[in-house]
Design a protein around this ligand. Sequence first.
Ligand code: XMP
Length: 320
Amino acid sequence: DWTMDAYKDDAIAKIRKQVGDGKVICGLSGGVDSSVTAVLIHEAIGDQLTCVFVDHGFMRTGEADQVVNLFRDHYNIPLVHVDAANTFIDAIEGEIDPEVKRKTIGRLFIEVFEQEAKKIGGADFLAQGTLYPDVIESVSFTGGPSVTIKSHHNVGGLPERMNMQLVEPLRELFKDEVRDLGRELGLPDSFVGRHPFPGPGLAIRIPGQPITHEKLDILRKADAIYLEEIRNAGLYDAIWQAFAVLLPVRTVGVMGDGRTYDYACALRAVTSTDGMTADYFAFPPEILGRIANRIINEVNGINRVTYDYTSKPPGTIEWE
Ligand code: XMP
């Protein structure tokens, strides 16, 4: 549409003005926000841009490949793929506090970007797909006293010593506007229509317990089944965001003629327009039943599935 077309030209002009002939590093997560940021900046400054995809080990199944394929093969944008899973998982080992996890992950992201910047002979700018709601939600909760609900892992600027400035061309936009801009830039619908996925990834979906490789694997499997069934039911686009949460509780079950003592998982799905408020998604009961059945039968380690009927507020979308 024409407004986004104008916005795009304006954003490109601003990026050129800010960056000059400097070099930019852009963290790609595979989500809509960072993808749109990267493609926009690439249109503005071409190969002054290097994209870095950091696999922190908290990704969902197949995610890394999808990102690498889209950017390297489809767009021909230089992309460095950093496998830092062990570093990240070690760093939050035993940590339960959600804010500490976010901050640790945010700090490590910056360290990886710094290392990658060094490898290309230094970069002057770091680009991030920060949106308007990320900025305000990290500062205060609308209408309430000034209190931090969640410090989004990438909000709050860069450490002084870094000598890099932030480029955040989406900072004034809401999600639906970012999607319009993505379409304007020719991103495939499969990318533009993707559900949001938080930067800290699965690390904030294993609440109240130490994160282990084993738990990450269990959660990945449950999450993949959940999303596959949502797609099969034709409901993906009706939902803002859907995901599984691995609960820190084991429950007794019976399978065949044996006793099981495995984890419970919660399924979450919400509708929303900007993520700032949300309603729980009312699934047809038979679909939830089928999903629960498949998860319990197919995922070793889960023997009970619950559905989360909390809206935002008073809940938040993520459990942490
Ligand atoms: P909440 O849980 O605050 O989530 O209702 C609102 C939206 O933000 C996402 N989210 C995050 N995204 N870093 C991110 O990049 C974070 O630390 C973070 N925490 C929540 C969440 O998935 C939802 O789309």
